[in-house]
Design a protein around this ligand. Sequence first.
Ligand SMILES: CC(C)(COP(=O)(O)OP(=O)(O)OC[C@H]1O[C@@H](n2cnc3c(N)ncnc32)[C@H](O)[C@@H]1OP(=O)(O)O)[C@@H](O)C(=O)NCCC(=O)NCCS
Length: 376
Amino acid sequence: MPLTAKGLEGVVAAETKLSFIDGEKGVLEYVGIPIGELAESSTFEETVFLLWNGRLPTPAELADFNEQIRDRYELPAGMEQRLLSLPRDAKPMHMIRTMVSALSMHDTNPDANDQAGLRRRALNILGHVPTLLAFFHRYRMGLPLVKPDRSLSIAANFLYMLNGRKPTDTMARAMDICLILHADHGLNNSTFSARCVMSTESDMYSAITAAIGSLKGPLHGGANEGVMVMLNEIPSVADCEKYIQNKLEKKAKIPGFGHRIYKSYDPRATHLQVLAKKLAQDTGNMPLYEKSKAIEEVMLREKAAKGIYPNVDFFSATTYHCIGLPLDLFTPTFVIARVGGWAGHVLEQMANNRLYRPDVDYTGPRDVRYTPATKR
Ligand SMILES: CC(C)(COP(=O)(O)OP(=O)(O)OC[C@H]1O[C@@H](n2cnc3c(N)ncnc32)[C@H](O)[C@@H]1OP(=O)(O)O)[C@@H](O)C(=O)NCCC(=O)NCCS
């Protein structure tokens, strides 16, 4: 009997050594290391090295990896011109999906699919994505572009290119922690998309472009923007209960809650909550944090019994807002982080590839005769 599972729930479609998740206990580890330890002590660059190599780097290896990434902060010749020809009102997720795809045309060997070739393409995307996002934001705002500063980490350089001034250490570290927490997460929809495309032996750019298209959806990475829209819609803490109850009565899903795998507190949300509170205190955004806590309280009371808890997107919204990111850059910022995971999975897929080609259950009519147009 063929196996059918709507939404592929419970189907194991790949093996991975990147991240381990225990959805019942709320555990997430990258290559065996608890996510909390990485958020506490690692950097995004080191975390990406871990995901791509299955181990932490030596100091010399990390320095070399950082150099390779920073060599790619600048865009390839012609890409800036391409970006400056885009409509200023384009949505950033559509822009970044399109521009990652366009990067392949500025690569002399975009289809190099051996492990070394794939790694170089992955580094290109990792290095270029923050620059593309920051350049596009300043272009659409009519501001002069701020060239990347290779003395800065990915997180600090991104904020620098966006705002035109170096971030404080606290803000740069907060951004770095967000990138670490969002870097990988099992066979989520966008990661599956990347592996699925790569399984045809296509190329790294096509795989990551497909993954960005997937991440954009409100059921996936787009939820962080949905959370912020909701927080903006609720006037005050006192209005949270009524707002959420209204939505639940209409059977609406509350953005930032629920998960296919986690049936308890998402461990990423645990860390982001602490970060959101600290940043909200530092930046005068406590009303926003307090609204989040009030929503969480209602949701836990109403839905925890069904295994619906805050997910990664719930407190990342407040965190990103306090860091100063514009609302429509929340999901694109998720892209910066998840390139680490997507590329790691593409490398893993190609190390032991088999084409993804599931079956489908045909439920339409059979034995139908063609009717000429005049007789319809
Ligand atoms: C993440 C998500 C898509 C998982 O979906 P899923 O595993 O297919 O689960 P379902 O959508 O089938 O939900 C199962 C039940 O929980 C309810 N539920 C799930 N998420 C909910 C939410 N955020 N708010 C209210 N109810 C929710 C569903 O209504 C459904 O109830 P029912 O059994 O009475 O019909 C879903 O929880 C969701 O849409 N969340 C909001 C968007 C979001 O935050 N996405 C980011 C994920 S990291």
